[in-house]
Write a protein that binds this ligand. Structure first.
Ligand code: GAF
Length: 387
């Protein structure tokens, strides 16, 4: 897959700029195995980078101009100067992800140089697999190849990309998507402590496959509902006088939950129990215990459905269809921000085809569209592909 993105961006680069690119970088999308809506609560997550990526072919310039060509948008172009204010555009949105990261890099006083770049990607868009984080992180990774960026770590790149999404693009996301895109490891999920920013690679057990099912339910409410959930969590943390829900445990919730209204209690209970599940899941996965992993993923889904209220009926149906086939041999849950998007399953390889067949047969999808199914490899984080 990367190969075709590389050749596509190279060819467009040569025809647009009349020279070969000297640098190619990639940054992956991600799937979260467990730990939903915990990142902005300073909690724990267990995502994996996937083998769907954004690729940028590029060449440094001798001036302060940045030119970007979007190979997936009819070779549309954006151009701006590093030594003038970098403004947010009304559209196209793809340009804002690039502009945002570059603006944060400039503001940090890093030694920037002009760049010609051609971008293309195959992370499904709007599916909750972090196509935007993969674009932002790819841009950060590209500039991190410049002299003077030696001290900029993968986690720094991720935080710069997150800042750009928060402040420039205007999405109030947490730090999970960018950190896993920057730090992913082939064959591994990564447990991230979203407060300390420590990462712990956890091997995907041999013989286990990661399946992703795009429900094809459009995530219409995701922005407003996401922000509402965030505000509800922050309010409970304030009520308990702590920095974030990370600092609340079940004992505290049992003792003082009565002070909260019923909805706030449900929201907090999701985050508190989900954090505990992530820690348990990292251990279960490390031990190759897919049955335990399955229990934790099932509990996570129920918690997202009943306490955090971010699933929708078609997603619940999709999870049930997969569960019928895998039983106790693996795990399945909704993944990502919610209100549509994708379901993730960790299943023994022998069950990939039976699961696929069941989903194709039984899942109606919106307007009979069914689901789109991906079998993914846990992949490396952002990096230079050559050059
Ligand atoms: C989206 C956000 F971008 C992440 O930061 C995270 O909060 C996730 O939803 C929910 O776990 O992907």
């Amino acid at each position: 897959m990367t190969e075709s993105l590389i050749s596509k961006t190279r060819a467009v680069f040569e025809s647009t700029f009349g020279a070969a690119p000297t640098l190619v970088v990639q940054a992956p999308g991600r799937v979260n195995l467990i730990g939903e809506h915990t990142d902005y609560n300073d909690g724990f997550v267990l995502p994996a980078a996937i083998d769907y990526q954004t690729v940028i072919s590029a060449r440094r310039r001798d001036d302060q101009v940045v030119r970007i060509v979007a190979a997936d948008y009819g070779n549309a172009e954006d151009q701006f100067a590093l030594d003038a204010p970098i403004e947010r555009l009304k559209e196209p949105m793809w340009a804002n992800y690039v502009r945002g990261v570059i603006r944060v890099l400039v503001e940090r006083g890093l030694p920037m140089r002009g760049m010609d770049m051609v971008v293309s990607g195959n992370v499904p868009q709007g599916a909750g697999l972090s196509s935007s984080a993969s674009l932002s992180v790819a841009v950060g990774r590209l500039f991190a190849t410049l002299p003077g960026f030696e001290g900029v770590s993968p986690v720094d790149i991720a935080l710069i990309a997150q800042r750009a999404e928060n402040d420039f693009v205007g999405t109030k996301c947490g730090n999970m998507d960018q950190i896993i895109s920057a730090t992913g490891l082939e064959g591994h999920a990564v447990m991230i402590d979203c407060r300390s920013l420590e990462t712990r690679p956890v091997p995907i057990p041999a013989g286990a496959a990661i399946m992703i099912f795009n429900s094809n339910v459009k995530r219409g409410l995701v922005d407003s509902e996401y922000n509402t959930r965030r505000a509800q969590c922050e309010q409970v943390a304030r009520h308990f006088g702590v920095a974030a829900l990370r600092d609340v445990d079940m004992q505290m919730l049992d003792a003082r939950g009565g002070e909260l209204d019923a909805m706030a209690l449900r929201r907090a209970r999701h985050v508190v129990t989900e954090n505990a599940r992530v820690l348990a899941a990292a251990d279960a996965l490390a031990q190759g215990d897919l049955a335990r992993m399955g229990e934790l993923m099932a509990a996570s889904h129920v918690s997202m459905r009943d306490d955090f209220e971010i699933t929708v009926p078609l997603i619940d149906q999709l999870v049930d269809i997969v569960k019928q086939v895998i039983g106790t041999q693996g795990g399945v849950r909704m993944t990502g921000g919610g209100f549509g998007g994708c379901v993730v399953a960790l299943v023994p390889e022998a069950l990939v085809e039976p699961v696929r067949a069941a989903v194709l047969k039984e899942y109606p999808g919106p307007d009979g569209q069914g689901a789109t199914i991906y079998v993914c490899r846990a992949s490396a984080g952002a990096g230079v592909v050559n050059g």
